[in-house]
Design a protein around this ligand. Sequence first.
Ligand code: R5P
Length: 312
Amino acid sequence: MDRRLQVFAGNSNLALAEEIVALLEIPLGKALVTTFKNGETRVRLEENVRGSDVFVLQSTCSPVDHNLIELLIMIDALRRASANRITAVVPYYGYAKQEKKTAGREPISAKLVANLIHTAGADRVLTVDLHAPAIEGFFDIPVDHLRASPLLASYFQGLGVEDIVVVSPDAGGVGRANEFRERFGASLAIIAKQRPEPDVAEVLEMVGDVAGKTAIIIDDMISTGGTLVEATEVLMERGAREVYAAATHPILAADAPQLLRQSVMREVVVTNTVPVAPEMRDSKIKVLTIAPLLAEAIMRIHKDLSLSALFT
Ligand code: R5P
C-alpha cells in the first residue's frame, strides 16, 4: 500500500521545513507547537496522520533542551495518533560533542538523547554531519547520516579557487577533511588543537605545507568561532595566500559572527541546518541551503530507494 507522506516541524527551523515541503510539493503538516503558561511544551496535531509515513523535522540547536523536548513530544503525539512510521529528521544533532566521557563522573549525553528519541517512538533518524560518526551506533533504529560535503565542495568548485590545501582544524576532523580534499585533488594540512577550558581553542601545532596556497578549513560546526579564528592565524603565519572556511552547522554562539567578521578569513560557508538570522548573513558569512538534500533523502526513504547517490 502506498502510504501517505507527511512532514511536520517543530519551531527550531521552520524556514528549512518550508523549503523542504515546497520541494516535495506537499503542505507542511498542521500542528500546534507552543508552550503552556507554566512553561511546558504543548503539542496538538491538527490533521489526521493515521497510517501515514511521517517525517518530523527539528534541529536540536539553541534553545537546545526546549527544541529537544518539542521533538520528543511531537514524536509521542504522532505515535499516539497512529502514524505508520515516524522518521525524526534532525539536521543538527545537539549534545553530539558529549559523545564520550572526557573525565570521570561525566554523562554521555549524546547517547541519552538517542535513547530519548527512540523511546519517544521514532522508527528512523535522518541527520546531517554528526559531530562523531559513532553516534549513529547509539541508535538501535536505522539512521541515515547525510554529508554536507558535496554541497560545500560544489560551492568552492564554482568559485574556481586553485592550488587548494584542505585543513582539518583538529585531529578529530581528519577523516572529514581527507574526504573533502579528495573532491579537489588538493593537499591536506592538519592542526592539533587543545581546549584548556570548555569553549576555548588553542592551536598546538600544524602539519602540512600551506605556503602560497588557498586554505579551506573544513569543520562540522562553528560554535564560538574560536577554532576557525585560531586556525586562520596559524595558516596566515605559515604563508597561506588566503583562508576560507566551510562548516555544516552554524551554531554561531555568543559573539561568533563578530569574531568571524574581524578575522582575515575570506569567506565562511555554512548550511542552514541551523537557522542563521538575515542580519548575520553578509559577504563574509555565506549560507547554502541543505533543503534539496534533505528533500531528496525524505523522498527516497519514503519510496524505499537507496540513498547512496546523495553521497557523491
Ligand atoms: C570540534 O570540537 C568541533 O569539530 C568544532 O571544531 C568545534 O565545535 C568548533 O567550536 P568553536 O567554534 O567554539 O571553536
